[in-house]
Design a protein around this ligand. Structure first.
Ligand SMILES: O=C(O)CCC(=O)C(=O)O
Ligand SMILES: [Fe+2]
Length: 281
């Protein structure tokens, strides 16, 4: 009897077993891990659009004056830091001034499509020009983080909320892949001539020390679940969006609470990890 049919059967069996093992291992190389929200068809166009909005501040010629801040670690896992005095009064005024005439309705991304949806996000946003003041703020944001590798600043947007303006619960993760993700957030308050408008993190735990009540709503004003940071001019909350395994932290889900009186203006500083994206230094 010839051994040919036997060899063919063995090859087919080995191939079948290999396919099963490959699928059990999660098809490495074919798809991104399930904790990273991404659709592979979108990766290329999103990365290209992103690349255009990623900037790196001028580190050679720009002279930024030294700026002291008062930092308080709120949580180490995930890392959340409260920064008192992230911006000076002059910087705040300047950012508000350069936003004038640029306000447009805020949008949200739904399955990769940009839409307006006031039930989710009701505010206006302004893409601010990268003058020296803005670049010094970009520098500050990178310095605080320790200049992480392959990490850039997304062009800065200010955001204005009038009465009933809000941003419902979301993550800042954005669409992420293994090569590109919004690694961290600075939520900065520029104007807080308002009632309401705090930033709520329902999955963060209230700290024990009452000294935090300068910055967060306490006692009968504590509001809903978790922790609500008060909108305070010039101050910022910084947090990391991913753990070291590049899994999005579930604890950093947050919302901009409705403004019930007056106006709040915020500034988003997002740092974006983009593997291989070279900065023009
Ligand atoms: O305005 C706030 O308090 C939160 C804003 C925010 O989460 C965002 O713009 O991503
Ligand atoms: Fe956010």
């Amino acid at each position: 009897m010839s051994d040919k049919p036997f060899r063919w059967r063995t090859i087919v069996e080995v191939a079948a077993i290999s396919i099963v093992i490959y699928i059990v291992l999660g098809a490495p190389g074919l798809k991104t891990p399930s904790h990273i929200e991404s659709t592979s068809e979108q990766d290329v166009p999103i990365a290209r659009a992103r690349a255009e909005s990623l900037v790196y501040p001028d580190w050679k010629d720009l002279k930024c004056s030294k700026h002291g801040v008062d930092m308080h670690i709120f949580s180490t896992q995930p890392l959340v830091i409260y920064i008192d005095g992230f911006l000076s009064g002059d910087e705040v005024e300047h950012l508000v001034d350069i936003s004038e005439g640029k306000w447009q309705k805020s949008t949200v991304f739904n399955a990769g499509v940009e839409t307006e949806d006031e039930a989710v996000r009701k505010s206006e946003k302004a893409l601010i020009p990268r003058d020296d003041v803005v670049q010094c703020i970009e520098q500050r944001a990178l310095s605080i983080q320790g200049w992480p590798k392959d990490t850039f600043i997304e062009r800065l947007w200010t955001q204005r909320y009038n009465v009933s303006g809000h941003y419902s619960f979301h993550y800042d993760w954005s669409t992420a892949t293994k090569e590109a993700m919004r690694v961290s957030t600075f939520m900065v308050y520029l104007k807080a001539d308002c009632e309401g408008g705090g930033t709520n993190f329902p999955r963060l735990r209230m700290p024990d020390d009452p000294k935090w009540c300068r910055y967060i709503q306490c006692g009968k004003d504590a509001g809903g679940e978790g922790v609500t940071f008060k909108a305070k001019e010039g101050n910022a909350i910084f947090w990391m969006n991913f753990d070291s395994e590049r899994r999005g932290y579930k604890e950093v889900i947050h919302a901009g609470m409705p403004v019930t009186k007056g106006t709040k203006i915020g500034l988003n500083i997002w740092s974006w990890y983009q593997k291989g994206h070279m900065a023009e230094l």
